[in-house]
Ligand binder design. Structure first.
Ligand code: AHR
Length: 488
């Protein structure tokens, strides 16, 4: 039996809703055939969006969406994607499969999508093949209401007033495909670029400028950027980390067919996020003890070998209970680091990598990962409660991962059993709640997934395997499961 104690928070830590952020790139079928529907699709709205995807995403109330890349951002010229659709430039998407990009989905379509989803916009500027002027004019086009040529152009294209732009990324993976820069070279460039990233519309909520941060455990990168970029010039530093089961990028492992050891290795690799955040935060603390610069994990998730029969560069993969466990444990890690991690963006929403949604023709499924994001919604903007107690390690994994938050007098407890054995957990809830109001669980064999023929094979169901007595909640958590209990 594992014994834990939940108590009122000693310090005020609110889980930033933006930790539940997402990422949509012009990659494979994320935008086209994902958010956007081609002519002839029965799911196409009059404006062009895929209605089934939109409806499913609206239910998640996502806080923020990052666009247009990723690597694609470094080849993206925003003027290609404005104006009359038929006249937009056709360009090669050289990063992702040498396919023609018709730019049918551009700036106006993205901001309209954010409005439909009710989320904030996070633009990634093109530092790879673009210029400072191009970035500056994009921000002006988006955020200004002054009577200038750029703004007149936006108005002529049908948008009268400026949009809000709360987040801007300056440089994507500049240590790799974004320019193969050294940290010192990039930090000099960043100082210059950020100066011209003028938001004309941020009186009530200043735009966060996010610098390109490290690739996984590149601590030297964090050290140099923090040392060389003055406080006030950046409000965020990004971190990219993908879970690759085998650790070998040439043979990452299959999304559905994997051994028990590969399963365990995947979760161990996902949990490495804890060490990454801790160590990068320690470096940031040295230069920024007041924690003014946020760590923004703007790409994370599982990355497997691409599904056989689909284009190599489209990064399409199935999603199983294993991914649900990765999602739950990773979100828990972010919550434990709310003091530094202010936003995170799962890669990538629809049809790419650890997707929430998969589409095929006119059909769509919500993945197990989708259901974790849905179940965890009460944690957004909630007060993090303190949790004490020893958790045993089984097969190199903590037997259980637990987070408790409080909002409007109700306590949300999410529990994940990442191991392949069942565990019983007793939570002392006496000081924060008296009874369970509702409980749901997502569980199944670690290989279980939703397919187009069986879209509801893995969905949350009512959870009853718990009891409450004398201020203690006892829960039997099956192997490979994610449970959420609402207490009052
Ligand atoms: O998410 C897929 C790719 O992974 C992104 O384009 C890039 O930033 C990262 O390497």
């Amino acid at each position: 039996m594992i014994n834990l104690n939940i108590t009122a928070a000693a310090e005020e830590h609110i889980v930033p809703a933006a930790q539940y952020g997402h990422f949509a790139e012009h990659l494979g079928r994320c935008i086209y055939d994902g958010f956007w529907a081609e002519e002839g699709c029965t799911k196409r709205s009059p404006e062009g969006y895929r209605t089934d995807v939109l409806e499913a995403m609206q239910k998640l109330h996502i806080p923020v969406l990052r666009w247009p890349g990723g690597c694609f951002a470094d080849d993206y010229h925003w003027r290609d994607g404005i104006g009359a659709p038929q006249q937009r430039k056709r360009r090669l998407n050289a990063t992702w499969g040498w396919v023609a990009e018709n730019n049918r989905f551009g700036t106006h379509e993205f901001f309209r999508l954010c409005a439909l989803l009710g989320c904030d916009a996070y633009l990634a500027a093109n530092m790879g093949s673009g210029t400072v002027q191009e970035m500056a004019e994009w921000i002006e086009y988006v955020t200004s209401d002054f009577d200038t040529d750029v703004v007149r152009e936006r108005r002529a294209n049908g948008r009268e007033s400026a949009w809000k732009l709360p987040y801007l990324g300056i440089g994507n993976e500049v240590w790799g495909g974004g320019g193969f820069m050294t940290a010192d070279h990039y930090s000099d460039l960043y100082r210059n670029w950020q100066h011209f990233a003028r938001n004309f519309n941020d009186m009530d909520r200043p735009m966060m400028k996010i610098a390109c941060g490290p690739n996984a455990g590149d601590y030297h990168w964090t050290e140099r950027i923090m040392a060389r970029v003055d406080a006030g010039m950046m409000q965020g530093l990004s971190l990219h980390y993908y879970t690759v089961p085998t650790g070998n990028w040439d043979h990452k492992g299959d999304a559905v067919e994997f051994t028990e050891e590969e399963y365990l290795q995947t979760i161990r690799s996902a949990l490495f996020m804890e060490e990454l955040i801790t160590r990068h935060s320690e470096i940031m603390d040295k230069y920024d003890p007041e924690k003014k610069v946020a760590l923004i994990v703007d790409e994370w998730g599982t990355w497997y070998d691409v599904t056989e029969g689909t284009p190599e560069a489209f990064l399409y993969q199935q999603n199983t209970m294993r991914d649900a466990v990765v999602a739950a444990c990773t979100l828990h890690i972010f919550h434990r680091h709310t003091d530094r991690v202010k936003m995170a963006n799962l890669a990538q929403t629809v049809n790419v990598l650890q997707a929430l949604i998969l589409t095929e023709g006119d059909r769509m499924v919500c993945t197990p990962t989708y259901h974790v994001f849905d179940l965890f919604q009460p944690h957004k903007d909630a007060l993090l409660l303190d949790l004490a107690g020893e958790v045993p390690v089984v097969d190199g994994l903590p037997a259980v991962s637990v987070i408790a938050t409080k909002k409007n007098d109700s306590v949300c407890v999410s529990m994940c059993n990442p191991t392949l054995t069942d565990h019983a957990v007793t939570l002392d809830i006496g000081t924060v709640a008296a009874a369970v109001q509702s409980a749901q669980i997502l569980t199944g064999d670690c290989h279980a997934c939703n397919t187009f023929d069986a879209p509801e094979a893995v969905v949350p169901v009512a959870f009853t395997d718990y009891s409450v007595a004398e201020g203690k909640l006892t829960v039997s958590l099956p192997a490979c499961s994610v449970a959420v209990l609402i207490l009052q």
